[in-house]
Design a protein around this ligand. Structure first.
Ligand SMILES: C[S@@+](CC[C@H](N)C(=O)[O-])C[C@H]1O[C@@H](n2cnc3c(N)ncnc32)[C@H](O)[C@@H]1O
Length: 241
């Protein structure tokens, strides 16, 4: 399994083990997005909702939120958790790109006054050619995730390597190797290529404006303050006029 499609790199063993590898943990992003949904009011759409880390918690809070994700493996886990909590989520299995140009599609989905929130990041390798020495090697402290024990008794270990970087095209590829083991023996391995394109600050702002959005604001670190070069997390907010 190796075709460079971003969503595919979450499939297979990754989707199966996602929640136990930390994929369902609440972080400081949850109260931020919750507040933003409440601020605008009305229905919200959680694009790339995964296993429902946010979506199911929103539903518990009584928020009107639906989800979209392209991978059945992730949605299956979401439904399993929803059943256990007696929640009835509305989720669509769709690719964001599948229905239209991504930002235009988001634009058409929103009601006037509706808001789009996009969380994104620029990888350190985009700025720092020194990091090219990592090519073909494990990447820093996160090079190995796990082993993580699953409720089935199996364990999952993931290794990540940077494979290529093209600063002109603003694309880097990583290789991820997942290994599923039972009683210390590897029973399945998968190799995924994760192709990541980054967008710079003004570029993404222009793309949003080009799609028809107004009032683009970049939140830093899940706060209402504007992002700066020191922010670890950036969330772009844009309103449909
Ligand atoms: C890192 S997970 C995040 C899940 C969730 N948003 C969360 O914060 O827990 C990324 C999710 O994006 C989904 N995804 C990736 N590309 C997608 C696309 N083009 N359209 C829809 N979903 C996509 C994957 O299937 C995966 O569930």
């Amino acid at each position: 399994m190796s075709d460079g499609d971003l969503s595919k790199s979450y499939d297979g063993i990754s989707a199966y083990a996602w929640d136990w590898m930390g994929g369902d943990e609440i972080q400081s992003d949850l109260p931020f997005y919750q507040r933003k949904i409440q601020e605008v009011g009305g229905r919200a759409l959680d694009l790339a909702c995964g296993t429902g880390r946010h979506l199911l918690r929103y539903l518990k809070l009584g928020l009107d939120v639906e989800g979209v994700d392209v991978l059945e493996g992730m949605l299956a886990r979401l439904r399993e958790k929803a059943d256990a909590q007696n929640l009835r989520p509305i989720v669509y299995r769709q690719s964001m790109e599948g229905f239209d140009l991504p930002h235009r599609r988001c634009f058409h989905h929103l009601e006037p006054g509706g808001r789009l929130l996009i969380e994104t990041f620029i990888p350190a390798e985009a700025w720092n050619p020194e990091l090219d020495r990592r090519l073909g090697e494990n990447i820093g402290e996160f090079s190995t995730w796990g082993p993580t024990e699953l409720p089935s008794g199996e364990t999952v270990t993931t290794q990540v390597r940077m494979d290529s970087i093209d600063r002109f095209e603003q694309v880097k590829t990583d290789k991820r190797r997942h290994e599923l083991s039972r009683e210390g023996e590897a029973i399945r391995t998968e190799l995924h290529t994760l192709r990541l394109r980054w967008y710079f600050t003004h570029e993404l702002s222009l793309m949003l404006e080009n799609a028809g959005f107004v009032g683009v604001f970049i939140h830093g670190d899940y706060s209402d303050s504007p992002a700066t070069a020191q922010s670890s997390e950036t969330v772009y907010a844009a309103t449909k006029p």
